[in-house]
Design a binder for this molecule. Structure first.
Ligand code: NAG
Ligand code: NAG
Ligand code: NAG
Length: 749
């Protein structure tokens, strides 16, 4: 399948050359294991270099001078400055232009820690607040002031500052602690920060940053529409929150993203929203974004990331460190309804972004041919007056013009069926002017069979306009990346599911081919800002909660079921695995009042890093010289106090423990309830938790054994619910064969 990105206008970002895989990594003082980069040792490229801190009280100028002291000269032979970015918050370090030979010299200097070659990252609404149970003027949404006082920082392509979604009516002035600045066409109480990391202004030439910002915190706009779709009031999830944009423009270089993270931390944002990922997974101490995010989280900032668009393969999840809140994508309950009505009486429901006002109600012959399977009918006049049935393929760039040609050649319409991979999960394509109806792969099969069996197969296309409350929803989007994490399979990833399929949100007005001030986009890029908005709402009503507590609240209160009452399904309408949905589908109102949270602090993560990656990784990621693995508690992956539970599949009981903190009523009692298949024995001890104070902690253990499962299944799922009078705190339990033994790459279910 095509990378989802290519469906949007971001193609250009993907086409930027991928740098060589950064297998290379230097550890001081061992510079011997140097690998060849580029075509020779004299080729210059960007390196990200971590160094020791120049001192706890060093100011920006001192940091910069310290960073410059590592360089052979301030300018390259061609006169360009070598130092591209000087980092103080994500870590002490810098990005600089160096040849391989020069890097070897840098690596011998005292204070050098590690170097990474720069890498290109990839970028991976508005019915969605209502679908998530948020209603204007009522309940938690308005009680939380729609995210009042909270600052969401996005590192993205820029922002169309004059867009109505970024009006500041009803938004309070930024809090006094805000240290950022705003350089945009319009700065106000909504858009309080705009900084370009690549020079120039902050406008958005791609649309991605405008769309994600508006999804997280766009203000209420009445009369939003795109194509022929009218949606009434559009709003982001936290319309009362502030936005700070850190523009990377057309650069998706990791060194630039790090500069954005660094500035966001320095300026004082509360939530960082990253709709970006890397091409492959790196151990967390070899991943500058994970290292930088750790710094943010240890300063109390929540970092929300996309899970990636590499589904449905298992083991494809990105941004998988446990300190990230990693978000997968699902559908919403809105359909741009259309259908195919067969003359044999059968009706097939589908979608059409371009709704034809009055479609000819006369039946037309249906046409399907093997040669035209992917909509190739160049100079073929047999299609005139017919409805052509064909299938999407991964070559959108050539398929789109072919479809336009079919309509241009006088076909009555096109029914575009999903392929096998996408199944029931339809990414709406808006590039057509009319008469294209999209249907599921299964319905595509029904149509082909009908054409092949009936002597004269006829149909009409029908249009139902925007339908709300359509079920089942959410359904997992086919492209949403799946776990397990290859780096840390003992921690379930992704964490949560949020809307990411066919999301309508703000779009820059200056872009060519813009359908209007709103655009429909799909991707986990669209899912993560929804959760950033939810995190802002919770931060607004619970300013003292840690990032891990807010994350736990979002996870343990999520929905395991769809709007028809069944378990959330995947793109093939099978039950979606926890490796795709994480804890479940985000439920903002419930997340504000979780009852109990699974909290985590720097020391917990540090103990986990020691067990998983060792002392050196600890010094690179946590960078606190008074912490060493010897003096830290040993925390294996499965014992990390995470809101989800992963255990190895064993015939004898295997136990993990968790500690919950009471954030609900002082006096509360919770009873454990387990849902597990017969093949598992799950015991919880103790089975009741009695609290008498807010903030009180209680520890329990979960012991799991499996019977006769070994060798039959890769994993089995169960769940634990702590139930009190007012709260349900749910944790999925994933029981995994060969956990941690063989790398769980590319599993199939
Ligand atoms: C739709 O597009 C085709 C091909 O570009 C064009 O020939 C046709 O006139 C268009 N129809 C409408 C209704 O705009
Ligand atoms: C759309 O309209 C057609 C024909 O008017 C009807 O048969 C079909 O059930 C409608 N679909 C939905 C999902 O409402
Ligand atoms: C480093 O770790 C020690 C021991 O856990 C802690 O007391 C101290 O606050 C930490 N320092 C920083 C800068 O976080």
């Amino acid at each position: 399948m095509a990378s989802l990105i290519s469906l949007s206008l971001l193609v250009i970002l993907l086409l930027t050359t991928l740098s060589p895989t950064p297998t290379l990594c230097y550890d001081n003082p061992a510079v011997a294991r140097v690998q060849q980069v580029g075509t020779g040792t004299s080729v210059q490229r960007t390196y990200i270099i971590l160094v020791e801190s120049p001192g706890t009280n060093a100011d920006e100028g001192e940091h910069r001078r310290w960073h410059e002291s590592f360089l052979p000269s301030l300018h390259t032979a061609s006169g360009d400055p070598r130092l591209l970015h000087s980092y103080t918050e994500v870590f002490s370090g810098f990005a600089a232009m160096l040849t391989h030979t020069e890097l070897e010299v840098v690596a011998t200097k005292s204070g050098f820690v590690r170097a990474f070659p720069d890498e290109t990252m990839t970028l991976m609404t508005t019915r969605t607040p209502e679908f998530l149970g948020l209603r204007k003027g009522s309940g938690f949404w308005s009680d939380a002031g729609y995210g009042k006082g909270v600052i969401i920082g996005l590192v993205d392509t820029g922002i169309d500052a004059t867009h109505p979604s970024f009006d500041d009516h009803g938004v309070s002035p930024p809090p006094a602690r805000w240290k950022g600045s705003c350089k945009a066409a319009r700065c106000n109480n909504k858009l309080i920060g705009a900084k370009s990391l690549v020079g120039g202004d902050c406008r958005d030439d791609f649309g991605h940053g405008t769309h994600t910002s508006a999804t997280a915190a766009g203000n209420f706009v009445t009369g939003a529409s795109a194509y022929d779709v009218r949606v009434g009031i559009a709003a982001g999830i936290a319309p009362g929150a502030h936005i700070a944009m850190y523009k990377m423009g057309d650069s998706t270089d990791m060194s630039v993203v790090l500069a954005g993270l660094d500035a966001a931390i320095k300026d004082g944002v509360d939530v960082i929203s990253l709709s970006l990922g890397m091409d492959k997974s790196y151990k967390f101490d070899l991943n500058p974004i994970a290292i930088g995010a750790f710094s943010a989280v240890s300063k109390g900032i929540i970092v929300v990331c996309s899970a990636g668009n590499k589904g449905p393969e298992m083991g494809s999840v990105e941004n998988d460190a446990p300190w990230f809140l990693t978000v997968g994508a699902g559908s919403v309950d809105r359909s741009f309804g259309a259908g195919v009505h067969l003359t044999n009486g059968r009706h097939i429901d589908g979608d059409a972004l371009n709704q034809v006002g009055k479609f000819d109600s006369k039946p037309h012959p249906l046409l399907y041919t093997d040669e035209g399977r992917y909509c190739e009918y160049k100079d073929d006049h047999t299609i005139t007056g017919k409805i052509v049935v064909c299938e999407i393929n991964d070559d959108i760039d050539t398929q789109e013009p072919s479809i336009i040609d079919i309509i241009g050649a006088g076909a009555a319409g096109v029914v575009l069926a999903n392929d096998k991979t996408s199944g029931y999960s339809t990414i709406l394509r808006g590039e057509y002017n009319s008469s294209v109806v999209q249907v599921s792969a299964a319905d595509g099969g029904v149509l082909k069979a009908y054409v092949e069996s009936a002597s004269s197969s006829m149909a009409t296309l029908t249009y139902n306009n925007t339908l709300l409350g359509v079920g089942p929803a959410p359904v997992l989007a086919w492209f949403s990346s799946r776990g397990p994490s290859s780096i840390s399979p003992g921690v379930l990833k992704p964490d949560i599911l949020a809307p990411g399929l066919n999301i309508l949100a703000a779009w820059p007005k200056n872009l060519i081919n813009a359908p209007g001030p709103f655009e429909i986009q799909s991707g986990t890029s669209m899912a993560s800002p929804h959760v950033s908005g939810v995190a802002a709402l919770i931060k607004s009503s619970h300013p003292d909660w840690s990032p891990a507590a807010i994350k736990s609240a979002i996870m343990t209160t999520s929905d395991a079921h769809d709007n028809t009452g069944g378990p959330i399904m995947d793109e093939q309408h099978r039950r979606a695995p926890a490796y795709a949905t994480g804890a479940g589908h985000v439920n903002p109102t419930q997340a504000n009042d979780p009852g109990l949270v699974f909290d985590l602090g720097v020391a917990d993560y540090a103990g986990y890093i020691c067990e998983l990656l060792g002392d050196h990784a600890l010094s690179v990621i946590v960078r606190n010289s008074s912490m060493t693995c010897k003096n830290l508690p040993k925390i294996s992956e499965v014992q990390l106090n995470y809101p989800t539970i992963t255990v190895p599949m064993k015939p004898t009981p295997f136990a993990v423990s968790r500690t919950v903190t009471n954030v609900g009523p002082a006096e509360s009692a919770y009873k454990a309830k387990v849902d597990a298949p017969k093949s598992l024995t799950v015991r919880i001890s103790p089975e009741t938790l009695i609290f008498s104070k807010v903030g009180e902690k209680k520890t329990f253990s979960v012991s799991v054994s499996s019977h006769g499962m070994e060798g039959h299944k890769r994993f089995v799922e169960a769940s634990l619910r702590w139930v009190s009078e007012k709260h349900i705190v749910r944790s999925p339990i994933v029981v995994v064969a060969n956990l941690g033994r063989s790398p769980p790459k590319h599993w199939t279910v």
